[in-house]
Design a protein around this ligand. Structure first.
Ligand SMILES: Nc1nc2c(ncn2[C@@H]2O[C@H](COP(=O)(O)OP(=O)(O)OP(=O)(O)O)[C@@H](O)[C@H]2O)c(=O)[nH]1
Ligand SMILES: [Mg+2]
Length: 329
């Protein structure tokens, strides 16, 4: 499904970004919002303003304080802004309570990332992985709703109004997820065969990894003559591409372009893209690219290292590559 059909054919894509900053986060919140704006732009939104509320703790019911929420909602209405994008993964309850307070459409960071992934998936495997992640995300939302409605029903033994429908929805989602997992298992087998035939060819497998937009596909295109789409947009690449590279030292390499990393990668995506990320775990070498012209380069590098360790690739021989050095001021 394209982004356009997901959001309907509406023309108004004007959006506000909304963040809560905990004590100690006041300084880093701007760069976090810069990234959210890049994500929103990639998703086709036109960000017109951002609001940050400094809070002692995140509100479990509405993420930010209810007074601030009412203020933002009124501002949005007056400025003809139809979308509020929150800089977090909202819980089911937060989502519902916020939606009650505003006429604007409510989005969270995870939802925006999932939409970008959905729009950029090209292969069968990529599409299935994204659909699985989106269904898991929907299921968490439904779970919250179900609990609330069954409480409305009066407790044990009685069914809440609409609960049956919710149960049906939940079961339908679970059925679809089961189907998708089976399909994914088949594709994973094929991927494993491809990997072992690559290993038999005596080539060194090098995975090109890095934060999203670091320049991985551009490097791969230059070195291997591939034609992977490379643009100044986040998560352009979801599906790995492998290509042979013969160097003058006589060693044969297979380079693999991979999906980018981001801080606080939604857990549903991590889970769904496990098979793809196996390519990185099984590689002989890691070429870790960092966009050194980005003011958050050090954080990007740390996030990627942490996520590689989490995947089990922390001990793989790694070459750190400073990219976009021409762009550094
Ligand atoms: N100035 C400059 N720009 C670069 C360099 N390498 C890549 N870019 C640009 O950076 C943007 C992102 O490049 P990609 O190759 O798509 O980056 P990626 O890491 O594959 O990104 P994702 O697949 O979205 O995670 C593109 O607009 C490239 O033209 C470089 O060395 N210098
Ligand atoms: Mg890429």
């Amino acid at each position: 499904m394209s982004l356009k059909s997901f959001y309907g054919n509406e023309d108004n894509r004007r959006a506000y970004l909304v963040a809560a900053a905990l004590p100690g986060e006041e300084d880093s919140i701007d760069s976090s919002l810069d990234e959210l704006e890049d994500l929103a732009n990639t998703c086709g939104f036109d960000v017109v303003a951002r609001t940050t509320q400094n809070v002692k703790s995140i509100s479990g019911s509405s993420y930010i304080g209810s007074g601030k929420l009412a203020e933002i909602s009124e501002m949005a209405e007056n400025a003809d802004v139809d979308h509020l994008i929150f800089n977090a993964e909202l819980s089911a309850a937060q989502f519902r309570n916020i939606a009650k307070e505003t006429s604007a459409a409510v989005h969270d960071r995870t939802g925006v990332i999932l939409e970008i992934f959905s729009d950029h998936a090209r292969t069968d495997e990529g599409k299935i992985q994204v659909e699985l992640a989106r269904l898991r995300y929907r299921l968490t939302r439904l779970a919250g709703k179900g609990t609330e409605l069954s409480r409305l029903g009066g407790g044990i033994g009685t069914r809440g109004p609409g609960e049956t429908k919710l149960e049906q929805d939940r079961r339908a989602i679970q059925r679809r997820m089961g189907q998708l997992k089976k399909e994914l298992d088949q594709l994973e087998l094929r991927r494993k065969h491809q990997r072992s035939s690559r290993q038999r060819k005596d080539a060194l497998v090098a995975a090109v990894v890095g934060y999203t937009n670091a320049g991985k596909s551009t490097l791969m295109n230059k070195l291997c003559g591939t034609d992977i789409p490379a643009e100044n947009r986040l998560f352009m690449t979801l599906d790995p591409t492998a290509r042979k590279l013969e160097l003058r030292d006589g060693i044969s390499y297979v380079l693999i372009d991979t999906v980018g990393f981001i801080r606080e990668m939604p857990k549903h995506l991590k889970q769904a893209f496990k098979a793809t990320l196996e390519e990185v775990v099984e590689a002989d070498l890691i070429l870790h690219l960092t966009d050194v012209s980005d003011k958050e380069a050090a954080m990007h590098r740390q996030v990627v290292d942490e996520q590689l360790s989490e995947l089990g690739a922390g001990a793989t021989d790694t070459f750190y590559i400073a990219n976009k050095i021409d762009n550094k001021s």
